[in-house]
Design a protein around this ligand. Structure first.
Ligand SMILES: *[C@@H]1O[C@H](CO)[C@@H](O)[C@H](O)[C@H]1NC(C)=O
Ligand SMILES: *[C@@H]1O[C@H](CO)[C@@H](O)[C@H](O)[C@H]1NC(C)=O
Ligand SMILES: *[C@@H]1O[C@H](CO)[C@@H](O)[C@H](O)[C@H]1NC(C)=O
Ligand SMILES: *[C@@H]1O[C@H](CO)[C@@H](O)[C@H](O)[C@H]1NC(C)=O
Ligand SMILES: *[C@@H]1O[C@H](CO)[C@@H](O)[C@H](O)[C@H]1NC(C)=O
Ligand SMILES: [Zn+2]
Ligand SMILES: [Zn+2]
Length: 385
């Protein structure tokens, strides 16, 4: 307990703000001030709140926009965007039910609160259903339909990872992939380190390794921050909405929305700006796509399409590990328990690592950290009163 208090005081004296962040295309402005600002939370999809309770047969102003959203993420096909109307029609209801299934919601076919909340969450720009081939939940359930009823085993309900159509993957020489950063972004080292950490998480569970190169144009994986329309037909949409997107192997393009308030390190949950997004969390997810994984309906998995702002989610789950190992095999040096269904391994790899090299000590630091965070929040609240 005494070390805890000592550390607490130390942290307090060393750090004025534990969170560092940045924003493009203005990397020079004072980021720490920016993150202390309480800005109003707004996303391009806030507008969809207005459709609460809407169901088949109704007509609502602007519903065509929501149809475009469903089209963009793969739920409506075969109807040209120009034909979308504000009518809640059959085809929209069908799309909505598939969406609800993919996100583990009740398949009501109605735009209920839970569904609209999910729709508004910031997410990855990669579609959930690609070329009409159902990924996420729905595809797996069809395949397992003969297991209906009590006989459905736990194991069948575990694997929800998906691949891109045709299961593309890298076949690199020496199992080594290079990555480079768009030179114009002039990224600080802290940001590059965050990406390196994200790559490391996938390297730990596969035979692959990732090496930074200064030659952006010839790198296997090319990372860049862009704002708005940037020439690939998938424009970014400002704060929140879509956060990033990446292309399937062996394309290698990895784009992030420069308009987000990215948190580079520190505890994302204590960020005072409500729209702050944790960079490493998004990077780990997008690298999954770059390596060949699609979206998963397992909410805890890295490959789930949405992430809340101010949330850190960087530990690969068994669903992610099983998926990536189907493509590349395991890491001979990896001692995890990837072949055991996730329901029996709730402990994260990070926690396992910690407990194997002195769990008690780490636990103390962690509870100190929470105490510290709480204290900071308290201070801010007092200042604001
Ligand atoms: C905080 O946000 C408000 C409104 O967006 C802006 O006018 C103000 O300049 C910001 N303050 C800082 C310190 O960034
Ligand atoms: C929400 O709907 C109401 C009534 O249909 C309308 O008056 C209002 O302008 C809508 N709000 C937005 C943000 O579109
Ligand atoms: C789209 O609208 C046009 C003109 O209204 C119509 O001719 C066409 O059949 C529609 N296409 C679909 C797929 O509904
Ligand atoms: C689904 O419906 C049940 C019963 O109406 C409700 O208790 C539950 O919260 C709903 N789940 C979701 C995810 O909306
Ligand atoms: C994995 O376990 C083996 C044997 O228990 C050990 O030799 C090896 O060093 C471990 N590897 C890692 C990465 O911990
Ligand atoms: Zn994604
Ligand atoms: Zn792009």
């Amino acid at each position: 307990m005494r070390t805890c208090i000592l550390l607490f005081v130390l942290l307090l004296s060393l750090s004025t703000n534990s969170i560092t962040g940045f924003r493009f295309p203005d990397p020079d402005h004072d980021v720490s001030n920016h993150l202390l600002n309480f800005t109003s939370y707004s996303s391009p999809w806030d507008y969809f709140k207005n459709f609460t309770g809407c169901q088949i047969g109704e007509e609502r102003n602007g519903l065509a926009k929501l149809k475009q959203y469903f089209h963009r993420f793969g739920y409506i096909r075969d109807i040209p965007i120009s034909n979308f109307t504000d009518n809640f029609d059959d085809s929209f209801e069908k799309a909505l039910r598939i969406y609800q299934k993919n996100f583990n919601l009740n398949q009501t076919g109605i735009l209920d609160d839970q569904t609209l909340q999910q729709i508004q969450r910031p997410r990855c720009g990669v579609a959930d259903i690609i070329d009409g081939a159902s990924s996420m939940h729905s595809g797996k359930t069809t395949a397992d339909s003969h297991h209906h009823g009590d006989s459905t085993t736990k194991f069948h309900s575990v694997a929800h990872y998906a691949f891109f159509p045709g299961q593309p993957k890298w076949r690199p020489r020496n199992r080594r992939l290079t990555y480079g950063f768009l030179p114009q972004n002039n990224l600080p080292d802290t940001v590059k380190l965050t990406f390196a950490n994200a790559f490391k998480r996938w390297a730990e569970v596969t035979p692959l390794s990732f090496v930074e190169t200064e030659f952006y144009s010839t790198a296997d994986i090319r990372i860049g921050f862009f704002s708005g329309d940037h020439g690939d037909g998938e424009p970014f949409d400002g704060t929140l909405g879509t956060l990033a997107h990446a292309f399937s192997p062996p394309n290698g393009r990895f784009h992030l929305d420069g308009a987000e308030d990215w948190i580079v390190d520190g505890d994302a949950s204590t960020a005072t700006i409500k729209s702050a997004v944790d960079l490493e969390s998004v990077a780990v997810h997008e690298i999954g796509h770059l390596l060949g994984l699609g979206h998963s309906s397992v909410e805890e998995s890295i490959m789930y399409p949405t992430i809340s702002s101010r949330k850190k989610k960087v530990v690969l789950r068994d669903d992610d590990i099983q998926g990536i190992q189907v493509l590349y095999g395991g890491n001979p040096n990896y001692n995890g328990t990837s072949l055991i269904p996730s329901s029996t391994t709730t402990q994260s790899h990070q926690e396992r690592e910690e407990s194997s090299n002195g769990g008690v000590h780490n636990l103390n630091i962690r509870s100190c950290w929470w105490a510290y965070s709480f204290f900071v929040v308290l201070c801010y609240s007092i200042l604001l009163m």
